[in-house]
Design a binder for this molecule. Structure first.
Ligand code: GAR
Length: 208
């Protein structure tokens, strides 16, 4: 049984998609054992509670150094036997110490087709604002392994979504979530739980 720890910062619709796909049996051999939020009072914590999943707040700001924060996070996940860490709308950058400790065991969802509209400063609605400002006709979402460089780790799954002339950032964000994020994030977790992906020279390969 793969034990999953989810890191969140907001509404948690991606967390919900993962919970639903574990409960409906699409993702087998996996369970979420803890949800860690960077902020108090976010709706993602309420979603965890409703499904009887532990929810805690650990904020980088409340530790005197980044290393202390990473040590506390590592201890929290180790104590629970976590084998996969899922960043589901998590807005804190994780440094080398944490990322190296869990090499190829942390995945993130990004609301664009990496390498477009990604890296430092591209998060949440800003990603969709940038896509609309550029006038791209197709955007999408990417699930990737996390490395110390923001949004630059090995890509696991991508899905394209059309951009429409009438889109606002909010409308586009919703379409990207519905048509891409809520599908490919559970799909990536399913593949990992079934040991069907490996990373070779920075590239993800499927094992069938
Ligand atoms: C999602 O669109 C996710 O892709 C994005 O934040 C949103 C969180 O929504 N993540 C990033 O921008 C990470 N750089 P949620 O809390 O409803 O899952």
């Amino acid at each position: 049984m793969l034990k999953i720890g989810v890191l969140v910062s907001g509404g948690g619709t991606n967390l919900q998609a993962i919970i639903d796909n574990i409960e409906n049996g699409y993702i087998k051999n996996a369970q979420i054992v803890t949800v860690v939020s960077s902020k108090e009072g976010v709706y993602a914590l309420e979603r965890a509670k409703r499904h009887n999943i532990e929810g805690v707040v650990m904020s980088k700001k409340s530790y005197s150094t980044a290393d202390e924060y990473y040590d506390a996070l590592i201890k929290h996940f180790e104590d629970r036997g976590v084998g996969l860490i899922v960043l589901a709308g998590f807005m804190t950058v994780l440094g080398e110490k944490f990322v190296k400790y869990y090499e190829n065991k942390i995945i993130n969802i990004h609301p664009a087709l990496i390498p477009s509209f990604c890296g430092d400063g591209f998060y949440g609605l800003k990603v969709h604002e940038a896509a609309l400002a550029k006038g791209v006709k197709v955007t999408g979402a990417t699930v990737h392994f996390v490395t110390a460089e923001t949004d630059a780790g090995p890509i696991i799954i991508q899905k394209a979504v059309e951009v429409r002339d009438t889109d606002t950032p909010e409308v586009l964000q919703k379409r990207v979530m519905e048509e891409a994020e809520w599908k490919i994030f559970p799909e990536a977790i399913k593949l990992i739980a079934e040991n069907k992906v490996k990373v070779e020279n920075g590239i993800v390969r499927r094992i069938d």
